[in-house]
Structures are given as C-alpha cells and as structure tokens.
Design a protein around this ligand. Sequence first.
Ligand code: A3D
Length: 320
Amino acid sequence: MARKKIALIGSGMIGGTLAHLAGLKELGDIVLFDIADGIPQGKGLDIAQSSPVEGFNASLTGASDYAAIEGADVCIVTAGVARKPGMSRDDLLGINLKVMEQVGAGIKKYAPNAFVICITNPLDAMVWALQKFSGLPKNMVVGMAGVLDSARFRLFLSEEFKVSVQDVTAFVLGGHGDTMVPLARYSTVGGIPLTDLVKMGWVTKERLEEIIQRTRDGGAEIVGLLKTGSAYYAPAASAIEMAESYLKDKKRVLPCAAYLSGQYGVKDMYVGVPTIIGEGGVERIIEVEFNKAEQEAFEKSVAAVAGLCEACINIAPSLK
Ligand code: A3D
C-alpha cells in the first residue's frame, strides 16, 4: 500500500512541529511548503536526518512551488502571520485573508481530494474563507481550535484536581478566542461532570470560573511569555490528532471549527462544535441542547465569528 501524503502549507513554528510529529507517528510522506524558500527544505532535511535515530520511515521534502503538494491526502495550513504581543487574532485578518486566497488556489489545483485542516488565525474566519477560495467540499475543510482549547482546559483541570490529564475530558464550543464557550456540565473527571464536582466540594464555582478564563486566555498567556510568536507544540499536536483520525478512519469525536448549514441555528459559517472525523472528513456534527446561559454564550461567540466573516467580505467581496 502506498504511503499517504501529507502537505504542510506553511513551514514556520507550527509547520515544522507538524512535520516532526507526522514523521514520528509514521502518518505518511511529508511535503513542507512555504514561500520563504529554503526554510521548508532545511526543516525537511533536518527532520529526515532524525529518522534513522528515531526509527521512523517517511520521506520529508521541502518546496516553494505548489506543484509539490500534488495528490496530497491531507493538507494542514499554517501559512500566514502569527500574533505578536499586543496583537489580537483579528489584527491578522487582512494579511492572512490574502494568504488564504493563494493557498486555496494551490489546494484547488493540486490537492482537490485532500482533507484540509486550517490553523491560520483568526481561525473561524480563515477556514471559512479557505473553503470558499478552494471550492473543496465543506465536510473536507475544517479548522483546528477546539482540540487545543479543550486540551488547555483539560491540563488546567488536571492540575487543579491532581489527577491524570487522561481522565479529564473537556467540551469547548464556539469560536476560537475570547468568546469560546467551555461547557462545564459536559466536561468531566473520570466521567463525573464538573458541575457535580462543584456540588461535591472539589472546586468552588469561582475557582472553576478562573480556570475557564485562563483557558480562554490560553493563547495570549503563551504569546506573552514567548514574546516573539505564539504557541506551536500543542497546536501542532492537536491538528495531528485530527489528521490521524481522518487517515486511519478512527471516527474520533473531536471539537472542530466545522461548516454549519443550520445546525445550532447557524448557517454558512464555521464555528467550533463537536464532530466525528473519519474517512469521510467531518462525518457528523453532534448537536447538544444548551441551557439559557450556554445558549447566550454560544450566540455571543457566533456573533463574533459573523463579524469577522463580514470583515472578510468587505476585503474580498467574492466571498459573499
Ligand atoms: P510562523 O512561524 O510565522 O509560520 C508561518 C509561516 O507561513 C512562515 O514560515 C511564513 O513564511 C509562511 N507564509 C507566510 N505567507 C505565506 C504564503 N502566502 N504562502 C505560504 N506560506 C506563507 O507562524 P506559526 O507557525 O507559529 O503560526 C501559524 C498560524 O497559526 C498563525 O496564523 C497563528 O496565529 C496560527 N495559530 C493558530 C492557533 C489556533 O489554535 C487556531 C494556535 C496557534 C497559532
């Protein structure tokens, strides 16, 4: 059986980490692409030279010509600009929208059958624009944010309760960023919902609220520490989990920015929702019932994403 082909469009901090992880996990042969000629080739060669030591089999090549991604099974898009301190994800919108137009054209021409995972920020708007620019089926284009946001929530909860990260599940919905909606009653420790843990005296409501806020600010906390860029290890690990679920038809239940066509009362937008990812791409969107407060928080988040999509249409009217 031929190896799968994974194209990484953008070979910066996340792109390089994606290549390393995809190699270590033997997900397939890897093509790194970037407009900064030399970077994808250099990173590809460096990671390939680690393969005899680590004992993995994968070819790693770098390119600055889209022809190199031809026939890719998965494309993971990180091309664009990352946040610097003081910059919001939305500040990136104008610059990265132009990048999505080029990337969309490249994928449309050379990898129209790929499963595409977008990471470029502002995520929910960029994945929406990328789907339109590429013209790929909506179930084959997703955004990575929910896996990362819930991983951050899971880590903070495991530290609070002094339990293994493996026994904490988290449920995070809505847009990526300040309006993301972590749902306490669907997040659990060993299957016990957080709302019950509050009743059991494990944590106060106020402390839980602090942890939720830290989750919302998880990206900014790292930007503030690094000073020269944004998070890349956990974002890369999160996208690899999604890619693996597609490539191995694992049918994982993962929160992703998925195209909504009426689910949750939302149309023609990408918003973070629980999905099932398998060989058919996004095979199902899971719809849960909200209580009043959750509904309000979700609507606020959707409104923020809608605002970003409007801003994109103002720059690129063809997106309408
Ligand atoms: P960085 O290390 O700057 O890499 C971006 C790469 O994109 C650079 O190597 C650029 O040369 C390249 N690039 C720029 N323009 C183009 C183009 N037109 N075509 C091809 N390549 C291009 O950034 P990073 O890897 O740290 O982050 C990448 C993106 O992910 C940024 O937009 C971040 O804001 C975003 N990000 C999202 C999350 C989410 O959870 C959604 C988390 C962390 C970062």
